[in-house]
Design a protein around this ligand. Structure first.
Ligand code: AMP
Length: 190
């Protein structure tokens, strides 16, 4: 069983690459952002709560996010492995995930980061916002706030995974196919 954390700033291409990687490596793709958006669309209690944070570009509180992620993992007991996309985003989430997996006699195999320059990513997100319908992609201030959240709360996870010898990174700039090839080169050596 392999469990991979796909890591990267908003707009780095995690979702796009996950679509391909989940098929190639037979992984269950869990995107916390997608799960929150699904809940918002269906107007669930979780969705209503998450929306108040997401619309501002703030992270949803750890307690809520961790509980949701764990219940999604538990819904897939037959899975050959997970591709975590957009989770963990804080040290509390990373350590909760490690403890949760350990209790199942599993662990994170590797973290693979898609690296890209902020200015390129902001431009990408604003472009995506024209068609994605996502309020958090349409306003540069909200986008910048998402980067502040990333730099403050998520970036420290790189050291967390480096300390475990599990951190890999690839250049996220290039065509979709070029980035996919870089990622598969890393995955194939795991
Ligand atoms: P994403 O689709 O990954 O860019 O996530 C969109 C938004 O969902 C983020 O800006 C957060 O508000 C929320 N979100 C997604 N994943 C998490 C997480 N692991 N922890 C906290 N908030 C999250």
């Amino acid at each position: 069983m392999i469990n991979i954390v796909l890591f990267g700033k908003p707009g780095a291409g995690k979702g796009t690459q996950a679509e391909f990687l989940k098929e190639k490596y037979n992984l269950t793709h869990l995107s916390t952002g997608d799960i929150f958006r699904y809940n918002i669309k269906n107007n669930t209690e979780l969705g209503q709560l998450a929306k108040t944070f997401m619309d501002k570009g703030d992270l949803v509180p750890d307690e809520v996010t961790i509980q949701m992620l764990q219940s999604e993992v538990d819904k897939n007991p037959q899975s050959a492995g997970f591709l975590f996309d957009g989770f963990p985003r804080t040290l509390a989430q990373a350590s909760a995930l490690d403890n949760f997996l350990e209790a199942k006699k599993q662990s994170i195999t590797a973290t693979v980061a898609l690296e890209a320059d902020d200015n390129i990513l902001v431009a990408r997100l604003l472009e995506r916002g024209k068609t994605s319908g996502r309020p958090d992609d349409q306003d540069e201030e909200k986008i910048r706030n998402r980067y502040d959240e990333y730099n403050q709360k998520t970036a420290p996870l790189m050291d967390y995974y480096k300390a475990q010898g599990k951190f890999h990174s690839v250049d996220g700039i290039g065509t979709i196919a070029e980035v996919t090839e870089r990622l598969t080169n890393v995955f194939d050596k795991l």
